[in-house]
Design a protein around this ligand. Structure first.
Ligand code: 3PY
Ligand code: MG
Length: 257
């Protein structure tokens, strides 16, 4: 359903916002996702194929459809976090925020002074959002756009309270695959790993206790109710690959084949 209020407002109101994960940088496919039933589309530059041009173009149909437009930036690329906001993104997810310095660099890229030191240049965002004057945007941008710091290692978990407490970090986002690699000491990758679920739930608690948002990547849609129960409000449900694969199967099944 399209919404004319922001992702930040929806999450603060306690809504669960479900996003689809876009990794194939094809504008036609992104348009299809934007027109689909998800609340949000997340364009992935870390492991997905999205690049500067596909982000700039791909955000347009998502914003026009009234969906929350989210970008995951490449590892350590905080300059891209600012650019994603300049292109109109509602939120940016930064992977592997393992130190306070990482979190501070991410905050600095995401928030205007005095909180951070984001540089001015949101020409595209102003146009896409229909915001008349620059000062309106300057005053509202830090509130309207969200910085999600990914918690994916034991080091990050150990300082998650400090990251969540930081002014300018709006939420924690769990990457369960990387977290499972860390949890198993590099033995395995299993985003559903039983004995890390308590720690995963703790990350949601830490975010909420700090008055921040909690997000997570669900490696399978069946995990979503469990994550909602844990208190996660922003949840990635499926990747574009999976949606296409499942869609093909359901079309053939409907054809009785
Ligand atoms: C993880 O599970 O590690 C992720 O980064 C999700 O994309
Ligand atoms: Mg990861």
């Amino acid at each position: 359903m399209p919404h004319d209020y922001t992702l930040a407002e929806r999450l603060s109101a306690g809504e669960t916002v479900l996003t689809v994960w876009s990794s194939i940088p094809d504008l036609g496919l992104v348009e299809q996702l934007a027109e689909g039933p998800f609340d949000s589309v997340t364009l992935d530059m870390q492991h997905g194929g999205h690049h500067v041009e596909s982000i700039q173009n791909g955000l347009v149909p998502v914003i026009k459809a009234g969906k929350a437009a989210v970008v995951r930036v490449p590892l350590g690329d905080f300059g891209m976090a600012s650019r994603a906001l300049d292109f109109g993104a509602d939120a940016v997810i930064a992977p592997m925020i393992n130190t306070i310095e990482d979190a501070a660099a991410f905050r600095d890229a995401m928030k205007y002074p005095p909180v951070g030191c984001r540089s001015w240049g949101p020409t595209r965002a102003l146009k896409l959002r229909g915001v008349a004057g620059g000062t309106d945007y300057l005053r509202s941008a830090d509130r309207r756009t969200l910085a999600f710091a990914m918690i994916e290692t034991k080091e990050a978990l150990a300082i998650a309270e400090d990251i969540a407490a930081m002014d300018g970090i709006d939420g924690l986002f769990v990457g369960p695959s990387d977290f499972s690699i860390a949890w198993s000491g590099g033995e395995s990758v299993d985003p559903g790993l039983d004995d890390m679920q308590e720690a995963v739930a703790r990350i949601a608690d830490i975010a909420r206790a700090a008055g921040k948002h909690a997000g997570i990547f669900a490696a399978a849609p069946a995990m979503v109710p469990r994550f909602v129960e844990m208190g996660f409000g922003f949840i990635s449900v499926a990747m574009d690959f999976t949606v296409v694969a499942e869609g093909q199967k359901s079309v053939l099944a409907a054809a009785g084949a």
